[in-house]
Design a protein around this ligand. Structure first.
Ligand code: GSH
Length: 229
């Protein structure tokens, strides 16, 4: 068994964030697909990490939770030499952590609320909560679009942990709230993210699963598996 195992689900945005980082770092690892709907699997997972959230990295039996911590841990202990997602320079590193937080808190969170709402029976849906989540996404799109003016990646340097967070957050967010046409910087950034080899590879792995994603009606056809979509 490989020393490093990622407990994951192929449709999970936060798992994609870490899978992108693993690919950038050039790290070999095993994947353990979790079915948290199964009571025994859920109990075993909760014993490892009581929040029950995925992904969870397990390194020689030691659970490492929380995506941003996982990525920092991987860079510290397992990345191929010279491969970095958090720059060594402290102020630059703070900026990466800031934009990682922005995507987790202001894009992932409302996106997850909208996906969760779709999983409820029609008569239990939260129309007010969904409107608020859509408004939050639109507000985030507007300020991220302004921030991206003149930038290739979201922090000032190379592709970073913040872009690992941005790619799956935006991938699923746009299925609920498309990028408004005036946000040209954000639309171009989205395409740059999708063309990044590590992002494209993670999207490719998940392709056969997108037909099960609750927000699939809003997902661009190019992301579906051409066979069996
Ligand atoms: N702050 C956590 C968030 C992880 C998270 O929300 N994961 C979702 C999947 S994308 C999850 O575990 N959902 C199952 C649940 O909430 O029970 C992180 O960065 O690792």
């Amino acid at each position: 068994m490989n020393a490093l195992t990622l407990h994951y689900h192929p449709l999970s945005s936060y798992c994609h964030k870490v899978q992108i980082a693993l690919d950038v770092f050039g790290i070999e690892y095993e994947q353990r697909l979790l079915n948290l709907g199964d009571p025994a699997e859920l109990a075993a997972h909760l014993a490892l990490w009581p929040t029950g959230k995925i992904p969870l990295l397990v390194d020689q039996g030691r659970p490492i939770p929380e995506t941003s911590v996982i990525i920092e841990y991987l860079q510290l202990h397992h990345a191929e030499p010279g491969r970095m997602l958090i720059p060594a320079e402290q102020d630059a590193a703070l900026n990466v952590r800031l934009w990682d937080r922005v995507f987790d808190l202001y894009v992932m969170t409302p996106m997850q609320a909208l996906t969760a709402d779709l999983l409820r029976p029609e008569n239990e849906r939260d129309a007010k909560g969904a409107t608020q989540a859509r408004d939050k996404l639109l507000a985030a799109y507007a300020f991220i679009d302004r921030h991206l003016e003149g930038r290739t990646w979201v922090s000032d340097g190379d592709f970073s942990m913040a872009d690992c967070a941005a790619a799956p957050a935006l991938f699923y967010a746009v299925t609920h709230v498309p990028i408004p046409p005036q946000h040209l910087n954000l639309a171009a950034y989205f395409e740059r993210l999708m063309a990044h080899p590590s992002v494209a590879s993670v999207v490719d792995q998940a392709r056969p699963w997108f037909k099960f994603y609750p927000g699939r009606a809003g997902l661009d056809r190019r992301f579906f598996d051409p066979v069996g979509a």
